[in-house]
Design a protein around this ligand. Structure first.
Ligand SMILES: [Zn+2]
Length: 447
């Protein structure tokens, strides 16, 4: 089989996707052109700071009228730190109105665009401003759900989309969750189309332990009432600038064991720690303390996966950092093998949960922490028999599509058979099935 032909004529489920990050360049240009008052400040200042280019807002739509020029400005398809990605994402925020009318239109268009690229089922995440009102959030959510319902009928049910609401990691998540549940009770379209909750954006500083109680509450509610059950989709182990890969792997494990249904990226779980060999990582002492305590508490089990520091050494380090705020960890050969053993342990434990990993190759390559393809975790995930899906994340801004992501997964080392299995299985990993809302047999939209 030729690589280019993989999945041709077959449908894909794209489960990790952000609605506005899916806007194609020509569509974003048009949205901006028709917007009488783009919020230029959001875009121009940080863009100039990071890319050194001054944007003339007066002649913007003339300057970037050609598809090529606009793509160059908008697409983020190079390796760069998160702020560079955000600076480009700000163009979306600046040019769009983000009102119900536009959200309905975007929900339809994105579904159609992705359907043309092979996606027959998509779950899209939407994030509201933290200060938006209940009425504002309600009207936007309803507009998106109605857009999905309309496009589904226009496409005669050949493509379906569902909505996932991104909560704010630093907000009152219980309150935001109540709001989602209230909207679902109020409107049958919202009840049908809203299927999950997401945590995204900066993860540093927001350990999963702070969301443990929340995860448990959602699980409890899902069991009590399956018709409105929701998944929790949790971006974790994607970015870990503030800690070691070992601590970040623990975050992924904790998220899975505490009940997150799908894990966004989970790079730290399987990325080759050799990527950090010879470097010194700075970590808060409280984070290091959590990691050392975990290793001490599970020493016998973890050490079955490879040599790890002795209990005495771990205890001594724990004592030594007690009164420090920060700690510096040199990634020696011993650290690398210890991390590998710990990752193996975590992967085996995660295999025994129902959590699904969402792997997004382009996103990992551009903004994730994978600088070298050979360090990418996907092959290790496959070797360990972990359940995973392949997704586009922000196909509009990354200039990618679902087939391209499968091609990238193949270039990382997955076989065509493995890819076909992932493609099919992804239809079983939808929020409606994972949350218990639909039995597996009713949840398969298309294979
Ligand atoms: Zn994402």
């Amino acid at each position: 089989m030729n690589t280019k032909e993989f999945g041709s004529g077959l449908g894909f489920a794209d489960l990790h996707n952000h609605l506005y990050g899916s806007l194609r360049p020509e569509l974003l240009w048009k949205i901006g052109y028709e917007n009488p008052s783009p919020r230029w400040d959001i875009f121009t200042k940080p863009f100039q700071e990071l890319y050194g280019k001054k944007i003339n807002t007066e002649s913007f739509f003339e300057d970037y009228r050609s598809k090529e020029d606009f793509e160059k400005l908008y697409l983020f398809n190079h390796q760069g730190p998160f702020p560079e990605f955000q600076a480009k994402f700000n163009l979306i925020i600046a040019l769009s109105k983000f009102n119900p009318e536009e959200i309905r239109f975007v929900s339809k268009r994105v579904t159609k665009d992705q359907f043309e690229e092979g996606v027959s089922f998509g779950e899209y995440r939407i994030m509201y401003a933290p200060n938006d009102t209940y009425e504002g959030i309600y009207s936007k959510t309803l507009a998106s759900c109605e857009g999905f319902a309309e496009v589904e009928s226009e496409l005669s049910g050949k493509a379906s989309s569902r909505l996932v609401i991104s909560l704010h990691r630093d907000g009152n998540v219980f309150k935001e969750y109540d709001m989602v549940k209230e909207m679902m009770e109020k409107d049958p379209i919202i009840r049908k189309y809203v299927v999950g909750l997401d945590f995204c954006y900066i993860e540093e500083g927001f350990p999963p332990k702070d969301k443990k109680e929340f995860l448990s509450q959602v699980q409890k509610d899902n069991r009590a009432e399956t018709s409105t059950a929701l998944t929790v989709l949790y971006h974790v182990g994607e970015s870990f600038q503030d800690k070691t890969i070992l601590s970040a792997a623990r975050w992924v494990l904790e998220s899975a064991e505490w009940g997150a249904h799908r894990l966004g990226h989970a790079i730290a779980l399987g990325m080759d720690p050799n990527a950090y060999a010879g470097k010194t990582i700075s970590e808060t002492s409280s984070e290091r303390k959590d990691t050392l305590t975990y290793l001490l508490d599970h020493w016998e089990e973890v050490s079955k996966y490879g040599e790890i520091s002795s209990k005495e050494r771990l205890s001594a380090e724990l004592d030594s950092i007690r009164h420090k705020e920060k700690t510096e960890i040199s990634i020696t050969e011993t650290q690398v093998s210890e991390t590998k053993a710990y990752q193996e342990y975590c992967m085996d434990r995660i295999r025994n949960t129902s959590a699904i990993i969402e792997s997004c190759p382009s996103s990992n390559e551009y903004i994730g922490m994978v600088r070298d393809k050979s360090h990418h975790p996907l092959i290790r995930f496959a070797k360990h028999g972990l359940k995973f899906t392949i997704s586009t994340d922000d196909p509009g801004i990354f200039g990618t599509d679902i087939r391209e992501e499968y091609r990238k997964a193949e270039s990382l080392g997955l076989s065509q058979d493995q890819l076909e299995k992932v493609r099919k299985d992804s239809f079983l990993y939808t929020s409606e099935i994972l949350s218990g809302r639909l039995p597996v047999k009713d949840g398969v939209y298309s294979e």
